[in-house]
Design a protein around this ligand. Structure first.
Ligand code: ZN
Length: 181
């Protein structure tokens, strides 16, 4: 069974206030869905077009990405952990404002969905390390050298996390399924 999954979601357009239903990707295996890589790389994967008025906005949704990290010798920047063969990694991108639900709880629920979809194949995947990455760093995480990139901007990540925590405490209820401008 394919492990990539899009979830049918009802949204309310912030521009024309009309409700509509769309599909949001919440689990993507980049080996399986290479066609979605470009939308991941420019982080437009959760941009949604309102079918009524044409407004385009971003939905604040969680995302689990299965991605194969290249062997060290094939990477442009060879800093970071040394891999002699391609390594499958799981990256979790928490939503920016998920009022009342912890990032960990969301990650666990997505992992449970993935496990159910993979069945026996999960055994191979179960040893894969889950890396939680702030959403603004999505493109970096799935680049051909994520570890070195993440190590370089470690300080920047800490700042981003602090900002996200601050935004969370300010976050309002019931906004998670609305498109933001
Ligand atoms: Zn609209």
């Amino acid at each position: 069974m394919a492990c990539s999954l899009a979830q049918v979601t009802q949204l309310t357009c912030p521009s024309c206030s009309v409700d509509f239903v769309t599909e949001l990707w919440i689990i993507i295996d980049t080996d399986e869905r290479g066609d979605l890589y470009a939308a991941l790389a420019d982080d437009s994967i959760h941009d949604v077009l309102c079918p009524h008025c044409g407004h385009v906005g971003r939905v604040d949704a969680p995302l689990l990405v299965c991605h194969t990290v290249l062997p060290t010798a094939d990477r442009l920047n060879r800093a970071g952990p040394i891999y002699t063969k391609p390594v499958r990694r799981l990256f979790f991108f928490p939503p920016l404002n998920q009022a009342g639900v912890s990032d960990e709880a969301i990650a666990v629920s997505l992992l449970n969905v993935l496990r159910d979809r993979l069945g026996e194949e999960w055994k191979a995947f179960a040893r894969t390390k889950l890396v939680s990455v702030p959403r603004p760093l999505l493109a970096l995480a799935i680049a051909d050298d994520p570890e070195a990139g993440l190590a370089r901007i470690r300080g920047k990540v800490a700042v981003q996390l602090a900002q996200l925590k601050w935004e969370k405490t300010k976050g309002q209820q019931n906004t998670s399924n609305r498109i933001t401008h």
